[in-house]
Design a protein around this ligand. Structure first.
Ligand code: SF4
Length: 408
């Protein structure tokens, strides 16, 4: 598997088409869209990687630091709340600073940075550093900064590190936190481990010392060819489990070039979003989608269901997540159909189940009487602003579907 960093999830039609060509040439013509806005190729062969890296670089994309111990792809407010254009631009600047920057690689484990236009979706809770825009009226936007969140085996919500942080101060702060993290954390632990080990007070002291001695970086800039979507409305095309054939992505890229400014975005729900700056553009976009029989509402797909690749493609996967998700889709009742859902194939929780209204985590395998290994699931429910709480433990698939049918 190779994951392409797509800052803020936004890519141009040219970039989307280049990714499609590479998937057709070197993989199976199917792409996986992640809930952090990245795109994955699966089933690649080692000997093809060099050509693939080179072609991605030609269209301004990279896989460097998209996996492993590095500052990962900068995720963004992919609920497309007002202010998305502002935070998307900042995500692009941060990506230019951190992607492939050797000073911020070789970390004990992944380091996730997210920027949100507001508190919708609560994605700040699960970032190593989550920035939430609070003001966009002055010369620079300001942010609340949340720190040391993460899911995985020990889910932990971030804590509020700072308030009223200006855009110009963000890189200095991120660099300083990364340096403190790297200097004090044993591999393969994340920042949340450091916080739990030394406590918030000591962490703040180390951070203050680093920030005092660390030189201020140059203000970040945007490249001339940086894709920036306009403020306006958007249309989301549902993609079940974020699994799309390149033929569909090609169609969407062509439509985007004609009537959506030449941009597409991978949404937090693993769908494809297309933007329209005016009512007439929205009309043209809807008409182009209809002409090509592309649905914007599919009754066979829950409107918000994040699904990790699970056993289908991930060696960590304990359950065939897409198959289970189909059965869940059939089991939900009218009340919970419009809720947000997520399923992960193991405790790593890549689909962020604790941020969905209802989240399912495959916890372990149990050997049945016939010797077959069956997955057992934990069911989470989110109510309020915190991470979801477990409401059903170690459920078999059939018990899970029954329980889901009764949820209100
Ligand atoms: S949650 Fe587990 S199975 Fe799913 S993609 Fe992540 S590591 Fe793989």
């Amino acid at each position: 598997m190779l994951r392409v960093k797509v800052p803020a999830g936004v890519l141009t039609s040219d970039q989307a088409e280049a990714i499609c060509t590479l998937s057709e040439q070197f993989s199976n013509g199917i792409l996986h869209l992640t809930c952090r806005g990245s795109i994955e190729f699966h089933w690649l062969k080692h000997e093809h990687l060099e050509g693939l890296f080179a072609r991605l670089a030609e269209v301004g994309l990279t896989t460097r630091g998209a996996c492993g111990g590095a500052v990962r792809g900068i995720s963004c407010s992919t609920t497309f709340a007002p202010g998305f254009t502002v935070v998307q631009g900042i995500a692009q600047k941060l990506n230019r600073h951190f992607a492939g920057n050797p000073d911020f690689e070789g970390l004990p484990k992944k380091f996730k940075v997210g920027i949100e236009a507001g508190y919708q979706g609560s994605r700040h809770l699960i970032q190593d550093l989550g920035f939430v825009m609070t003001e966009d009226a002055g010369e620079q936007p300001t942010f609340d900064v949340w720190c040391a969140g993460g899911l995985g085996r020990l889910p932990q919500a971030s804590f509020l590190l700072a308030q009223a942080v200006l855009e110009d101060q963000m890189i200095h702060l991120i660099e300083s936190v990364v340096v403190v993290y790297r200097a004090n954390t044993p591999p393969p632990k994340r920042l949340k481990f450091l916080l739990n080990t030394i406590g918030e007070e000591k962490f703040r002291q180390l951070l203050q010392e680093e920030m005092t001695q660390r030189p201020l970086p140059e203000p970040p800039v945007l490249g001339e060819d940086t894709p920036l979507v306009p403020e306006g409305s958007y249309i989301e095309i549902p993609i079940f489990g974020g699994e799309t054939e390149t033929s569909l992505l090609r169609q969407l890229a062509a439509i985007a070039r004609g009537c959506a400014g030449g941009y597409l975005a991978v949404s937090a729900n693993q769908n494809i979003a297309m933007f329209a700056a005016s009512a007439s553009e929205t009309k043209a976009l809807k008409s182009a989608l209809t002409q090509q029989n592309i649905k914007t509402d599919d009754p066979d797909i829950l409107p918000s269901f994040r699904i990790c690749p699970g056993k289908h493609e991930c060696r960590m996967g304990l359950a065939p997540t897409r198959d289970i998700a189909r059965s869940i889709t059939a089991a939900v009742n009218k009340t919970t159909r419009s809720s947000s859902w997520a399923i992960s194939g193991c405790l790593n929780s890549c689909s962020q189940p604790q941020l969905a209204d209802f989240g399912i985590v495959t916890k372990k395998l149990k050997t049945a009487d016939d010797g077959e290994k069956q997955p057992l699931f934990d069911l989470y429910r989110r109510d309020g602003n915190a991470l979801g709480k477990c409401i059903g433990e170690e459920l078999s698939a059939s018990t899970l579907y029954e329980l889901i049918g009764t949820l209100k």
